[in-house]
Design a binder for this molecule. Structure first.
Ligand code: GLP
Length: 253
């Protein structure tokens, strides 16, 4: 365990062991909140990085009786436009990986709506933030990281106080996504993302990164200058953040 700025980095043998450790922390938080008769507010991410975490949470539900009845989730982002039942929608991803496999109440699962008319997006985004605030804020935020340092879909240039909003995706982000969309021309150009400000307001943040391809951006984010060119670097200014890494992602630290 090393400390760079404020970012606690923890390295595990592999992503499976790491995912189990994060699932344990989440399970403990859910149980503490249950004992306090409080909702547990989780900020959730999509992408490949949290898949092992969700699989482990499902296992804890099925084999150890972990209940999600008091859990409320807010996902970071969704492509726009995007129908909820489309193959690549984050709604579909979350249902498959987690929501349909545990006892969470569907009405407690929030994901930005990719079907809104454009002129409704701004007020929808402000309502999304208000719902989070009304519940007392995010207790624990899970993040992945884009190869360019984006968190959620807060691309390079996103400000530290940015709000939840419609954003244009970077070319490099679209190229990374294009494998799922059968080519760049089918890949969405825009998305709705939780802003950096709400991410920074989460009481605890856990960023997951696996593999050699993330090693350089992990070093830049954890040890480099805090800059809006690398939105993950803002996390250096968060007081309770851990980068959970496998050996390869930690290899340049
Ligand atoms: C997408 C998501 C991000 C995620 C990133 C990394 O851009 N919107 O939230 O962190 O992909 O994905 P992966 O975990 O597959 O590397």
């Amino acid at each position: 365990e090393k400390r760079f700025e404020n970012i606690n980095t923890v390295m595990f043998e592999d992503s499976q062991v790491a995912s189990k450790a994060v699932a344990e922390e989440i399970a403990n938080l859910i149980k503490v909140k249950q004992s306090q008769k409080q909702p547990c507010i989780l900020g959730l991410a999509t992408g490949s990085s949290p898949k092992g975490l969700y699989a482990e949470l499902v296992r804890l539900h099925k084999e150890e009786g972990l209940s999600f009845r008091n859990v409320v989730t807010f996902n970071l982002d969704e492509y726009y436009p995007m129908e909820p039942d489309a193959v690549n929608s984050y709604v579909r991803f979350m249902k498959k990986m987690l929501f349909d496999q545990v006892d969470i109440l569907p009405e407690n699962c929030y994901i930005p709506d990719g079907t809104l008319p454009k002129d409704k997006i701004a007020s929808y985004c402000s309502d999304y933030e208000k719902k989070i605030e009304a519940l007392g804020g995010i207790d624990l935020q899970i993040l992945g990281i884009g190869g360019n340092g984006h968190i959620g879909f807060n691309e390079s240039g996103s400000l530290q106080n940015s709000k939840t909003r419609l954003v244009a995706l970077d070319h490099i982000t679209r190229v990374a996504a294009s494998k799922d969309f059968a080519g760049l021309s089918n890949t969405p150009r825009t998305a709705i993302t939780l802003g950096v400000k709400k991410i920074m307001e989460a009481k605890r943040v856990i960023l997951l990164a696996w593999g050699e391809s993330k090693a350089a951006i992990i070093k830049t984010s954890a040890e480099g200058q805090v800059t809006n060119q690398v939105p993950a670097s803002f996390l250096q200014e968060h007081n309770n953040v851990t980068f959970v890494l496998d050996k390869e992602a930690a290899s340049k630290l």
